[in-house]
Design a protein around this ligand. Structure first.
Ligand code: DQA
Length: 148
């Protein structure tokens, strides 16, 4: 199957951006590891990052057209603001795991609310870059169960 990893605004700066919150691992390294894991399990990985809400919405619509079976999504700041991205995910009906590097519950109160958590398969928050690896393993397990 094809799995989409979608990253929202400012995550292109991972590695140098507020390392106390987000760590020192860059997005390219995260992508490389995820691609290896997906390939070893016989799946294809699409990896995208955008700073623009409209491009993220378009990527979700395109995922449906491309037959993407599962999405790992870090909406970044749009987590706390975007009804439009929530609606895009509801529209396509593709299951997704919400991922955050930092523990959004241990920060400013406005980060505790997510427009995605109640419609996500699951949420990983606070485990740094490893959160993406764990989310991918969970997605792969789901896809394998679904195919049995
Ligand atoms: C984030 C948490 C968000 O609150 C923040 O706006 C981000 C990144 C995370 O991965 O911890 O940009 O989604």
């Amino acid at each position: 199957a094809t799995i989409l990893v979608l990253n929202g605004p400012n995550l292109n700066l991972l590695g140098t951006r507020e390392p106390g919150h987000y760590g020192r691992i860059g997005l390219a390294e995260i992508q490389q590891r995820l691609e290896q894991t997906a390939r070893a399990a016989g799946h294809a990985l699409h990896f995208r990052q955008s700073n623009a809400e409209s491009e993220l919405i378009d990527a979700i619509h395109a995922a449906s057209a491309e037959g993407v079976a599962f999405i790992l999504f870090n909406p970044a700041a749009f987590t706390h603001t975007s009804v439009a991205l929530r609606d895009a995910l509801l529209a396509v009906g593709i299951p997704f795991i919400e991922v955050h590097l930092s523990n959004v519950h241990a920060r400013e109160p406005f980060r505790a609310h997510s427009y995605f958590s109640d419609i996500a398969t699951g949420v990983i928050t606070g485990l740094g870059a490893q959160g993406y690896d764990l989310a991918l393993l969970a997605a792969i397990a789901r896809l394998e169960w679904d195919n049995k």
